[in-house]
Design a protein around this ligand. Structure first.
Ligand SMILES: [Zn+2]
Length: 298
């Protein structure tokens, strides 16, 4: 194609965007990545969505934001005619529950740990009436499971981690685990201490998960450094565990050496994890401060 043809083509495409062709382009929103046995993940904006789309079942794990949730639902409805059996929220944060209203009246059940609706209501208090009121209505304290078509979906709570309402979701037959925000792949994670996070128990959770699920399980992570991606394996879960353990160790050593909180928390990267992504929305010093508060019980 020469430059002139290219320009004509481009202007036609641009004009097309405003014409009925628009619906053709709408389908391309977001990215669907199949993983194994009708289970996959979807990324557009916010925490990674996990999905099951088979002849006899449809499940969505987390809902991102309304716009991307709609794109995800449209794409899944292209994959199966089966109605949506379940929406599960791995935890209450807005980038995992913001799209819940899109699934209201569409999902047969909305499932989460029992603390999720409570924590959503808490955060609504700070949002001056603009909060999300589509709360999960099927809740559990320890674990929950349901057969969906030829798959069995498990949700399990391992105690306080990234918040006090994080579930690990397991597609048993596909052998795929959705970790929600318990894993930020190669990335300094957000730690929500006001919502009951515990960095020390988070480490225990990651060890338990790595031991409990089959060694060849595939994992979906809530977030990740772009170069490292949002899917992985048991070893990647181990890296997140080692990172959190490194934070605790750094702070513990500082306390033992009689350093001040400021001295302890003022570092730019954690030794041995220089390749991690340190984003601005939640910094390493903020995580070190969380660890400091945990260790000093203040
Ligand atoms: Zn989160």
């Amino acid at each position: 194609m020469d430059r002139r043809q290219f320009l004509i083509r481009s202007s036609l495409l641009a004009a097309g965007a405003a014409l009925p062709f628009k619906s053709l382009f709408a389908e391309a929103k977001g990215t669907f990545t199949p993983i194994r046995r009708n289970v996959g993940c979807f990324t557009e904006r916010g925490g990674t969505i996990g999905w099951l789309a088979s002849e006899n079942g449809m499940v969505v794990i987390d809902s991102q934001f309304p716009k991307s949730a709609k794109n995800c639902l449209n794409g899944l409805q292209d994959r199966t005619d089966h109605p949506l059996d379940l929406l599960i929220n791995t935890h209450h944060h807005g980038d995992h529950t913001g799209g819940n209203p899109v699934f209201e009246g569409v999902a047969e059940k909305m499932v989460a740990h029992e603390n999720v609706p409570k924590l959503m209501k808490e955060s609504n208090k700070e949002s001056e009436g603009k909060g999300n009121t589509t709360f999960p209505t099927t809740t559990f304290a320890d674990s929950w499971k349901m057969d969906v078509g030829d798959e069995t979906v498990h949700a399990k709570y391992y105690g306080r981690g990234h918040t006090s309402g994080d579930s690990v979701i397991y597609f048993e037959k596909a052998n795929v685990v959705h970790m929600g925000d318990l894993v930020f792949n190669r990335m300094n994670p957000y730690t929500d201490r006001p919502a009951g996070a515990s960095m020390q128990n988070w480490i225990t959770i990651l060890q338990t998960v790595a031991d409990e699920y089959p060694a060849d399980a595939k994992y979906i992570f809530g977030h990740g450094k772009p170069e490292s991606g949002i899917t992985g394996n048991k070893e990647d879960v181990g890296v997140m565990k080692d990172y959190l353990a490194g934070i605790i160790e750094h702070v513990q050593q500082g306390i033992e050496q009689g350093k001040s909180k400021e001295e302890i928390t003022k570092i730019e990267s954690l030794e041995g994890f220089e390749n991690f992504l340190y984003a601005d929305f939640w910094t390493l010093p903020q995580n070190l401060a969380v660890a400091y508060e945990e260790l000093t019980q203040s």
